[in-house]
Every structure is written in C-alpha cells, then in structure tokens.
Design a protein around this ligand. Structure first.
Ligand SMILES: C[S@@+](CC[C@H](N)C(=O)[O-])C[C@H]1O[C@@H](n2cnc3c(N)ncnc32)[C@H](O)[C@@H]1O
Length: 208
C-alpha cells in the first residue's frame, strides 16, 4: 500500500464529487446490464484515475478513489480501463487491483492513450458501450478527446469541469494578462481560440 503521506488529501467537496460519480456509475451499470441485447457489453474508463485511494482532510481516514468505487459496483462493468500519468499512482492501482482480471492499467497521457488504445475498444458496431470519467486537476484534457467521444455514439462521458484552473489562470479580468502557457492550455481544452474570441468581443463591445 502507498504510504498515507504520499496520497492526495481530499477536501469535503471532493468527497461529495466521489459520491456523485459512484451513484452515477452505479445507475449506468444497472441500466446497461438490464438491456436485452445479449451481446451488449459495457465498460468503465477512468482517464485521470489517481492512486485508487486518498486521505480525507476532514477525518484523516482513507477514502476510496473513483476507480475503486467503480470496481465495487454491482452489477459489474465487463472491463475497467484505468489511466494515470504518474508512475506511483499506477503502481498503487496495480497493488489494489492485483486480483482482478478485468482491469487494464495504462501509465501515460490519457489524451493519447484514450484515442489510440481505449476508445477503439468501445465501438458502437461491436455492441460495446462505455462510461468514461474525465476528472483532471485542471486543464489537462484536450478537446479532441471530447469531440471523438461525442462522435462515437457508444460513449458517455462524465466531465469534472476545471473551473478553478480556468478562472485562476486563463479567464482573467484583463485577457492580455494571461500567460502564453495558460492560453495554450485553455485553447487545447476548449478546442479553439476561446480567449482571443473573448478579447475581440470585448474590444468590439467597448467601442459602442
Ligand atoms: C483529480 S485526480 C483524479 C482523482 C480520481 N478521479 C478520484 O476521484 O479518485 C487527477 C489525476 O490525473 C492525473 N493526471 C494528470 N494529467 C494527466 C494526464 N494527462 N493523463 C492521465 N492522468 C493525468 C494525476 O496524476 C492525478 O492522479
């Protein structure tokens, strides 16, 4: 087990988030399991999976992370695809899931892993469906992932919108004050030059 001091500390809002995701995944799995199509398979994808366990800031106790919650859901998903960028987080997931044949772990950037390795396993025409949790800390997700998921018709995404990162770093009162790196991240997330459009809009409306 990863040492407590190395785990993410969760504020109360994150514990509420985990409960909402758990209930949603539970309902999704129940509904998909009740479908009459005999070949229909549903899978769970956690693209920013974390270590699988966290520590509550309120109680100091261990708290199950989103992948562990999903693994305990019944009726179960057929497969679980868990991705994290950090080696130590994937190592923790490996320990926690060592007895599960239905879990596949990936270490690396989910933006490429989803498109190249995971989404191809959830094709509509193969009678496969998936719930994909996108729970980044901030603007680490690329628009291409959301766009592709939307086109596939087989995937439902659950996106934790990174409003704090956007407000703090990109959506500043003075749009020209945003640093290039943050403008780049915002554009990658949003899929177009959102901040440039906002600047032009504000220029146009202030002329009147
Ligand atoms: C908010 S935490 C996820 C918590 C997890 N969903 C839960 O509720 O238990 C975000 C995780 O995303 C990982 N991460 C950051 N950038 C990533 C990327 N590009 N691809 C995959 N994982 C990434 C971080 O290492 C971190 O573990």
């Amino acid at each position: 087990m990863t040492r407590k001091s190395e785990l993410d500390e969760l504020g109360p809002w994150s514990e509420i988030k985990l409960e909402i995701i758990r209930e949603y995944a539970q309902a999704y799995s129940k509904i998909l399991s009740a479908q009459t199509a005999p070949d229909l398979v549903h899978i769970y994808i956690d693209a920013f999976a974390g270590a699988g366990v966290h520590v509550s800031r309120t109680t100091g106790r261990f708290v199950r992370g989103s992948p562990l919650n999903a693994l305990l859901i019944g009726p179960p998903f057929r497969e679980y695809h868990l991705i994290d960028l950090k080696r130590e987080k994937v190592a923790s997931l490996r320990k926690i899931t060592s007895d599960r044949q239905d879990v596949k772990l990936y270490e690396g950037d989910c933006n490429t892993i989803l498109l190249n390795h995971v989404f191809p396993k959830v094709k509509y025409e193969d009678y496969r469906r998936g719930l994909c949790l996108l729970d980044p800390y901030g603007l680490q997700l690329n628009w291409g992932v959301i766009e592709t998921a939307g086109r596939m018709r087989s995937l439902e995404i659950f996106l934790n919108f990174p409003i704090a990162d956007i407000n703090r770093n990109a959506l500043l009162r003075d749009p020209d004050a945003a640093k290039d790196e943050h403008v780049k991240r915002m554009n990658g997330y949003w899929g177009d030059e959102f901040l440039e459009r906002r600047r032009l809009f504000e220029e146009a409306t202030s002329v009147r």
